[in-house]
Design a protein around this ligand. Structure first.
Ligand code: NAI
Ligand code: MG
Length: 356
């Protein structure tokens, strides 16, 4: 198959982990007789430095012409003093909005070989396999009005949590579809005891559920969900929720595994290219040292192969290769206390390619 992939390395360790991904993609081309074309673009701080804006029309056009987008990470201390609407993160938010990436999927799985790095007890995390489905283009992060007002001599800041029936329906459907392919269990997370948008959310879930009688579903309040995730994470299969709740819960869930450098994420639209990225940031403290863990980005590639290219065999082979190098005891510096034996980014990438 022929595919075009946009590569947006971004800042910090972004370029290093993206380079690792391209090496692995090239190996997959060879092994499975595919042809991938790579189109590079700027985003975040590196785009600000070059073009004065975190997201250019050119980068957007590149992404739109591709079948999938790989992003490294954006941000760093160099750009921390910029006003909110000019910061590197704005590039990522803009990209999500422009590509209409309404569904953010974050699989949270335990790597048996790394179970000791979880802050939770072994018997709690054994076998955890959760898919968090977060709505990504609506809710509090985009609702209007969002502004400050002077009211009776005081300063008032306003954000708006707004959702339409259609916005809720498409993300909830995505959740049910995924549950159907997995353990057929869906938990919809909301705050329906307080928020009107959550009451509409619940209504829509109940309606959509009628189309998925084979999926067992339930509602859970977000504060309870936050607690249940650390008390008994195994109870969850697919969790579907709105933007901000999903932002918080997915970070919480990622810490269950204790492996920030391991976890991938994908953001999908109805028809355009999907965006694939590691969940970690630009790690400015280790940037440029060839020591970043590339595995979260390589897992993101596995999601790209599966979700955007329907290359399930290739995706499985890559995920198996990642598991194998971990089982063989190979570790990057973030995964071990024995610094002398830690592999560099390029060494770890080579191990995965060998395992493939
Ligand atoms: P971070 O994820 O960049 O780093 C947190 C800690 O984990 C650091 O000690 C870092 O060295 C380590 N780490 C992260 N990824 C690693 C990897 N692949 N291998 C080895 N170690 C790794 O989060 P932090 O420090 O809060 O943010 C740094 C910058 O990244 C900020 O400017 C922030 O805004 C940005 N950021 C960007 C994101 C994105 O592009 N999606 C997401 C989160 C943060
Ligand atoms: Mg977050």
């Amino acid at each position: 198959m022929e595919k075009r992939i946009a590569i947006l390395p971004g800042d910090g360790i972004g370029p290093e982990v993206c380079e690792a991904a391209v090496q692995v993609l090239k190996e997959i081309e060879k092994l499975y007789d595919h042809r991938f074309e790579y189109a590079y673009g700027e985003i975040g701080g590196s785009s600000i430095d070059k073009f004065g804006t975190p997201l250019t029309e050119e980068t957007l056009a590149t992404c739109r012409q591709c079948d999938a987008v790989l992003l490294g990470a954006v941000g760093g201390p160099k750009w921390d003093q910029l006003p909110g609407d000019q910061r590197p993160e704005k590039g990522l938010l803009g990209l999500r909005k422009e590509l209409q990436l309404f569904a953010n999927l974050r699989p949270v799985t335990i790597f048996d070989a790394l179970a000791e790095s979880s802050p939770l007890k072994d018997d709690i995390i054994q076998g955890v396999d959760v898919m968090i489905v977060r709505e990504l283009t609506g809710g509090l992060y985009f609702g209007e009005p969002r502004e400050r007002r002077e009211v009776a001599g005081d300063t008032v800041a306003i954000d708006t949590l707004q959702y339409s029936r259609s916005e809720i329906e498409r993300i909830v459907r995505k959740g049910f579809e995924l549950a159907r392919e997995r353990r057929k269990l869906l938990t919809s997370v909301d705050k329906a005891n307080v928020l009107e948008s959550s009451r509409l959310w619940r209504e829509v879930v109940d309606e959509v559920a009628k189309d998925y009688p084979d999926v067992d579903y339930s509602h859970m309040l977000v504060d309870n969900a936050a607690m249940q995730l650390v008390r008994n994470p195994r109870q969850f299969d697919v969790m579907v929720t709105e933007n901000m709740f999903g932002d918080i819960l997915s970070d919480e869930a990622s810490m269950i595994t204790g492996s920030l450098g391991m976890l991938p994420s994908s953001s999908l639209s109805a028809e355009g290219p999907g965006l694939f990225e590691p969940i970690h940031g630009s790690a400015p403290d280790i940037a440029g040292q060839n020591s970043a863990n590339p595995l979260a980005t390589l897992s993101s590639i596995a999601l790209m192969l599966a979700y955007s290219f329907s290359m399930q065999d290739e995706a499985n082979a890559l995920q198996d290769a990642i598991n194998q190098v971990l089982n063989d005891g190979y570790r990057t510096a973030d995964l071990t206390n024995e610094r002398e034996t830690a592999l560099s980014t390029t060494e770890m990438t080579k191990k995965v390619i060998d395992a493939l």
